[in-house]
Design a protein around this ligand. Structure first.
Ligand SMILES: [Zn+2]
Length: 457
């Protein structure tokens, strides 16, 4: 169980003095950043889905036909790219779970304090520097974040439950005292039949903070859609119902800005981290390494839907490189494999190389095609693309497929009405929010979406 140490308590005290001494910001602009986890851009145009609040937001503001996520198109790297505006190579969050090959530690990156998990400044840091009030609800990598005034941090127990002991007890008690039944969020999180209700409780906590404190920057991630789509597939009626439940939560947040009297000054930015795909096949790459006699020279690690190839100390480029290149040629020709990412290509895919970061598990990545998972099966000699016993619903592929594209909508203060953007990038979110709130963030990889703004830079 997490308990603040004396040093942390002292730091918090010092920070609160510093905060009290800061000048009050003069800006009256507010941004609410909502992540609908796993909500693909294409769903907005699926007429079977009940999405009244999202569609009204899109009509009154700007929305993108699609948006591009990062590689790996997965939860924590993508959410951290959204609030930092840079690729995983720079912010350092390379997966939901990460492995340190020097210490052998295998860990949930979001369970580390924010100062350890993310290497670059976030929007929250920039807002706090300006003296703004900030809030975050279950956004990844926000544990013990000194830039947050109100926070339900995403910290997980060993059973993947939301860890209530990581939240500030005083904030939890304040919510309870104001009829926000926050304990149910923790009790019902990751409990499939109850997870949309859990999202609703989290939203209620956020609306309480909007109405009571009017934070300039509030971020909330609604996770139920991700879970339902993983479990049932994106086309299942329960997954669709989870999307509609999330739409309702967006409506609650919009109403909260009206209650708070800040509706006209608030911009809503509605994003996601990835779409979904159904995977029905696997292909085993192990036999090709075995046939080439390279099993001592490489370690093969399953890496989401791909395989990472790590060269061992026995690998001697003079002796083995030619054989390895031959294996990769054969791998790339397998039915169901999309490509091999080579060491010099990692940076162009937004990833650090093996030498740059101890959390990178391999020198090469073998990527499955969209409906195929690359696997390592030592017990099989076949490299034929094989149907899975049950389909798998997931994400993590290259972000160049439509199915992977996350939703993107902006509406409200500072946003032109009736703008249809073509393809944006999740790296554009942070610079655009920074512009709307007048924040300073340097070295951003994305761009301000000027064409959607009433007052572009
Ligand atoms: Zn996700």
């Amino acid at each position: 169980m997490y308990r603040p140490t004396l040093a942390l308590a002292t730091l918090a005290f010092t920070l609160s003095i510093a905060a009290a001494a800061e000048p009050q910001p003069s800006s009256d602009a507010y941004v609410i950043l909502v992540s609908l986890d796993g909500f693909a851009a294409s769903r907005l145009e699926d007429e079977e889905l009940e999405l009244p609040n999202l569609r009204a937001s899109a009509r009154s503001g700007a929305w993108a036909k699609s948006s591009q996520t990062i590689f790996l198109s997965t939860d924590h790297p993508a959410h951290t790219s959204i609030v930092t505006g840079v690729q995983p190579r720079l912010h350092g969050v390379l997966g939901n779970r990460m492995h340190n090959r020097e210490t052998g530690e295998y860990f949930q990156v979001t369970n580390k304090p924010r100062t350890e998990s993310v290497k670059v400044p976030t929007l929250f840091d920039a807002a706090k520097r300006k003296g703004y009030r900030t809030a975050s609800f279950f956004w990844p990598e926000n544990r013990e974040d000194p830039a947050l005034d109100h926070s339900i941090p995403l910290v997980l127990t060993g059973e993947a439950k939301a860890d209530i002991s990581a939240a500030d007890p005083a904030f939890l008690q304040e919510l309870r005292d104001n009829d926000v039944f926050i304990d149910f969020f923790f009790a019902w999180y990751n409990d499939l039949p109850l997870q949309t209700t859990s999202d609703r409780v989290l939203t209620r906590a956020a609306t309480y903070v909007v109405e009571t404190y009017k934070p300039h920057l509030l971020a909330i991630r609604l996770p139920a859609m991700d879970r339902y789509q993983h479990q049932y597939g994106p086309e299942h009626y329960l997954a669709k119902a989870a999307l509609t439940a999330a739409d309702y939560n967006v409506g609650l947040l919009r109403r909260a800005t009206e209650t708070a009297g800040i509706a006209d000054q608030t911009t809503f930015i509605i994003v996601s981290d990835h779409g979904f795909h159904t995977i029905e096949h696997s292909v085993n790459v192990y036999p090709l390494f075995a046939q080439a006699g390279l099993l001592e020279e490489v370690n093969l690690h399953a890496y989401y839907l791909s395989v990472m190839v790590e060269l061992t100390e026995r690998f001697d480029p003079q002796k083995h490189l030619q054989a390895l290149d031959k294996v990769f040629e054969r791998v790339a020709e397998l039915d169901g494999i999309s490509r091999v990412i080579r060491p010099y290509e990692f940076a162009s895919f937004g990833l650090p190389s093996y030498e740059e970061d101890v959390h990178v598990r391999g020198h090469y990545i073998i990527l499955g095609g969209l409906d195929t998972r690359a696997v390592v099966d030592e017990g099989s000699e076949s490299t034929r693309r094989t149907p899975l016993s049950a389909p798998l619903h997931g994400h993590g592929y290259l972000p160049d497929d439509d199915h992977m594209d996350p939703v993107f909508i902006m509406t409200g203060n500072g946003i032109r009405s009736g703008v249809r953007l073509d393809r944006v990038h999740i790296l554009d979110v942070a610079p655009t929010i920074a512009h709307l709130l007048g924040l300073e963030m340097s070295n951003q990889s994305g761009r301000v979406l000027s064409e959607a703004l009433t007052d572009p830079p």
